[in-house]
Design a protein around this ligand. Sequence first.
Ligand code: SF4
Length: 390
Amino acid sequence: MSLTDADLDALVAAAVTDGGVDFDGLRLDREPEGYVLETPAESRAGLSEAEFREGLAAVEEYATNWLYWRESVDGAGTARRAFLRWCERAPLEFALEAGGGAFDAETESEPLEVPARYEALRDGVDRRWGQLCITARFVDVDDPSGERVYDLWHVEDADTDVADLEVHDDPRDAREIATYDEDGRYRPLKTAPTLASGWAFTGLSGAELVEAVDYAYPATVANWHRERRGELDVDHWLETAERQTGIYDVVDELPREAVEWTAEACCVDSQCLRRREWHFDEGDELDADGGDGPFPCREPCSLVVAAARKWAILESEAERTWHLELTTSELNQLSELIDAVADGRVDEIREADVNDGANRYRARYLRAKRFDDGGGLEATEVEDAPDADD
Ligand code: SF4
């Protein structure tokens, strides 16, 4: 039995407070006839305090579950608490607003009631958050006092022995881990799918887990929570663009179709794991795929705004017609080169694979053949054809 006298005292005290306890299937109350103890499996009323304490010991899972969420987690209504409940597939504690984070079987799974959740927590409940894998589990499997701890690691390390990973216990270490990619390059966008693997946090408290996740993916928990409550305040493109000043003042000149291309270039899942919820304007949706991740993006980020500034300047140029000579294969090769760079595939192309148009030797050959002395493709501008009347 893992309920201590202090635990039972806390449960009795909660039962006699206004409204008693009504939490995760456990109802405790004191009526004029005596104590009330209810779970989905049984309902008892008119109990003496001694019978009530005995009854609590018999529904230990419900009792320790209440103690964990009341004493260890607390923070009613906070994003931290909601996230920790999501981590172990506990039911929501608030009603979903219309349009507010609709239930998604892929990312949510069916919520578990207390007995099923306790069974699952003995093995560990795994959840995925971007490239993070989170396991919620009991501190002590043999004597579940209800206390949970959380492990955190990269999804790619799911099958790696923890002894082979760099183990951390300070959540602030997640900031350093998230700063550079596998090749040591700075990651300007923290939600890009380029998080380095090879590390693990084990035995974190709930507060530590949320802190570590927040270092890895800033504000994702808070925005996820706002969305689920129907409170996500989305700033669409126009609103964001129009409030830019200084060198970014030009971004509101980006044509609407170029905003589509911007979203397609930057915000799809292959580039960013946030689910884009902003559009061109309220009631004017972009067609580009917004992604499927659990956490939303509520406004164009600074990386997108910076890129949009460049595109706004480039899009102000007039289009011209050029004459350049290429074989059909060379034209196709230009497409392959652009695709390879856009998909970040260049480093994967083997030197010997000259069938790939983005192969380094193929690219060097094309440059040797088609570039002029100025170091660019040899091309001449085609003047507009004169009007028939001229
Ligand atoms: S604006 Fe796009 S790239 Fe930036 S965080 Fe949002 S979804 Fe990601």
